[in-house]
Design a protein around this ligand. Structure first.
Ligand SMILES: [Zn+2]
Length: 203
């Protein structure tokens, strides 16, 4: 059984200094870290918050993703794909079920389709010129309605390899929107060709 919240906090704080700051370790020491360890320090570790604050859309009647069920660049009857604007990496796409599900309550039929769609989206993103990899993330701490992130890593930018890429994305200047939009359309068209669906919400 996992540690209780207070046990976990005590366990972590035991490794911290008098201000409850953990030492810089592991990822900050990687040569792909976006931060120079000199002058960098870890924020004090805050105690657990219980009960946790609700995520956006815990109540489906007040869920932005449900209201946006017809927004996107690709659709079938159960899923839609959107492009996230204002990002630093070349392309960020998001896959959402059109009905209100989180990952753990996705019916098996949709779960199976999620696997196929994720694979095809990653394949088509990686098929774009000058894109080395599609990273796929599901975090789920911000919103209750399932959403999968696809981040395209720019070719040759090996410092963006790995776990730090979303942080690098935040640090980079905004990628040219017209280029990202055109590449998103290529991925959406390729998805129609490879798994079906359509470019408009339809019925
Ligand atoms: Zn929803």
């Amino acid at each position: 059984m996992a540690l209780r919240p207070d046990e976990f906090y005590d366990h972590a704080v035991a490794a911290a200094d008098g201000e409850r700051r953990l030492p810089l370790a592991r990822m900050t020491g990687w040569d792909i870290s976006p931060f120079d360890p000199d002058g960098l320090r870890v924020a004090p570790l805050r105690p657990p918050v219980l009960p946790e604050p609700p995520r956006h859309g815990e109540d489906p009647s007040d869920c932005d993703a449900c209201r946006a069920r017809d927004d996107g660049i690709w659709f079938n009857d159960r899923w839609r794909l959107t492009r996230i604007t204002g990002m630093g990496v070349p392309l960020v796409l998001m896959l959402h079920p059109r009905e209100h599900y989180d990952l753990a309550d996705l019916p098996d039929e949709l779960a199976a389709e999620l696997g196929v769609l994720s694979t095809h989206i990653a394949r088509h993103v990686q098929g774009l010129p000058h894109i080395a990899r599609a990273h796929v993330y599901r975090v789920g701490d911000g919103a209750a309605h399932l959403h999968l992130w696809f981040f395209a890593r720019p070719e040759g930018q090996t410092q963006l390899r790995g776990t730090w890429m979303p942080v690098w994305d935040d640090l980079l200047p905004e990628y040219p929107a017209a280029v990202a939009e055109a590449d998103a359309a290529i991925v959406a068209d390729a998805l129609v060709a490879s798994v079906g669906g359509r470019r408009s919400a339809g019925g």
